[in-house]
Write a protein that binds this ligand. Structure first.
Ligand SMILES: [Zn+2]
Length: 85
């Protein structure tokens, strides 16, 4: 469980996304997702590692459940309260 996740504002699903690559992108588009020692999500795309921010998510990630894009917000499981559950 990571400390910071992404939630779809449209359907509420958490960390269920696929990446959409620009048609001009020349790489293979091989994508893996891990969590580092600071409990941050780390993406690896074709060997390039980085921590995705909301700007990246809303530019490149599509929700696997509802198919929406540009609908992401940060989600912090540790701070979840009863009203939100
Ligand atoms: Zn969704």
């Amino acid at each position: 469980m990571s400390g910071k996740m992404f939630r779809c504002k449209n359907c509420g699903s958490i960390d269920s996304f696929g990446l959409v690559f620009n048609p001009n992108y020349k790489g293979k588009g091989e994508f893996t997702q891990t969590v580092n020692q600071h409990e941050e999500i780390v993406f690896n795309i074709d060997g390039y590692e980085f921590i995705p921010d909301l700007g990246f998510m809303n530019g490149h990630a599509v929700c696997k459940y509802c198919g929406e894009i540009r609908q992401w917000e940060y989600y912090f499981p540790r701070f979840r309260n009863k009203a939100e559950a």
